[in-house]
Ligand binder design. Structure first.
Ligand SMILES: [Zn+2]
Length: 73
């Protein structure tokens, strides 16, 4: 069972453990969940991760991740 998901680095760290390494399904549907590769916490959806990747680090990206994490808590 390999190749179902792949790792990516987000400019914003996981709010729970501080890791930047995330995991997403290979299919990468916009609504696929992105999880922290380290602690397994759900961070955001793939389309939100793409926005963060495009924006890079900064307060806008942090706010996006924060609201996504709060929504999914
Ligand atoms: Zn984590």
């Amino acid at each position: 069972m390999t190749g179902l998901s792949e790792d990516l680095r987000l400019p914003v760290p996981c709010p729970s453990c501080g890791s930047h390494l995330m995991r997403v399904s290979r299919v990468k549907n916009p609504d696929d969940k992105v999880h922290c590769a380290s602690c397994g916490k759900m961070i955001c959806l793939w389309h939100e991760a793409q926005t963060v990747l495009r924006q890079g680090p900064g307060s806008q990206s942090e706010a996006l991740i924060e609201s996504a994490v709060n929504r999914n808590r």
